[in-house]
Design a protein around this ligand. Structure first.
Ligand SMILES: COc1ccc(C(=O)/C=C\Nc2cc(OC)c(C(=O)O)cc2Cl)cc1
Length: 289
């Protein structure tokens, strides 16, 4: 990779790095401009050293099979084979063995995260249905490709200018073989408030990756219309207790249709074997068109 400073920008090959547009535990995302095709991209920048160090940190107990760095290379391999309008598109990877930074170049989804919660201004029911419908199609595609996302939440849904929504951050995804992923909560665990009850059972409890993704999608839909997650508390263990035992309740305001509340009840069902599956969710969301 050719790295040079041109004025106040860092230039990586044909990409001029601009402002930071995203950040998280993974690293950060910068707006990048390619002079080659006069197009903007989202460049996710990771530090290999940081990922390796996290491996050390998380290396407690039995040696983890995949270090976070291996996981990134796995994410890259997974992303390269994906092609769907509701999943972010990886364009190229800039990985210089001598460099600490790893650059993932994605197509830019112009408007960024659909909603940051908590918010006093949730989305209208109509907007929420449309976003949910796209996320269902994206998740159906990932499950069809034998991939569990494992961190579905509003922050990982990006909004395009044409109103379309794309699922991002396959950094914690799990590939599975056969019909479903037999997950244990020792693997990556996603964001506390969006975790399904069955992922919170201590010990080597095996659970379905697909059903846990569907729960997270339901918690996401709930947060779009109400502006906050379905089970709130001021500590993570307290949130987990509520997810496992508290009855789902709907605030008086904002007013939400019975169809949507009915769908939320079916998705946020604590017993995964009784939880609604994607094919039926698709029928109900198409009916609500
Ligand atoms: C205001 O305008 C904005 C336009 C685009 C953005 C944006 O793109 C943010 C994050 N992007 C991403 C993050 C990812 O992981 C965490 C992955 C992945 O690893 O799959 C891919 C992408 Cl693209 C932000 C603001």
């Amino acid at each position: 990779i050719s790295i040079e400073r041109s004025g106040s920008f860092l230039q990586l090959n044909q990409y001029k790095l601009m402002d930071q547009i995203g950040q998280g535990s993974y690293g950060l995302v910068k707006l990048a401009y390619s002079e080659e095709d006069s197009t903007h991209y989202a460049m996710k920048i990771l530090s290999k050293r940081k990922l390796l160090r996290k491996a050390g940190l998380m290396g407690r107990g039995p040696k983890k099979t995949t270090s976070p760095l291996d996981r990134v290379y796995r994410e890259i391999a997974v992303l390269k084979k994906l092609d769907h309008p509701n999943v972010v598109k990886l364009v190229e990877v800039l990985d210089d063995p001598l460099e600490d930074s790893l650059y993932l170049v994605f197509e830019l989804v112009e408007l960024g995260e659909i909603l940051s919660i908590p918010t006093e201004k949730p989305l209208t029911e109509e907007r929420s249905w449309s976003i949910f419908r796209d996320a269902v199609l994206g998740l159906e595609y990932l499950h069809y490709q034998r991939i569990i996302h494992a961190d579905i939440k509003p922050g990982n849904l990006l909004l395009a200018e044409d109103g379309g929504v794309k699922i991002a951050d396959l950094g914690v995804c799990n590939e599975f073989f056969g019909e479903d992923a037999a997950m244990t909560n020792s693997s990556t665990v996603g964001t506390p408030a969006f975790r399904a009850p069955e992922t919170l059972i201590p010990g080597q409890h095996i659970y379905s990756g697909k059903a846990a993704d569907i729960w997270a999608l339901g918690a996401t839909l709930y947060s779009l219309v109400y502006g906050n997650v379905p089970f709130m508390a001021n500590s993570v263990p307290a949130v987990y207790e509520k997810i496992k035992h508290e009855k789902l309740n709907f605030p008086e305001a904002p007013q939400v249709s019975n169809d949507l509340k009915d769908l939320l009840q079916k998705i946020l069902t604590k017993d995964p074997s009784k939880r609604i599956t994607l094919p039926l969710i698709k029928v109900l969301t198409t009916l609500s068109l």
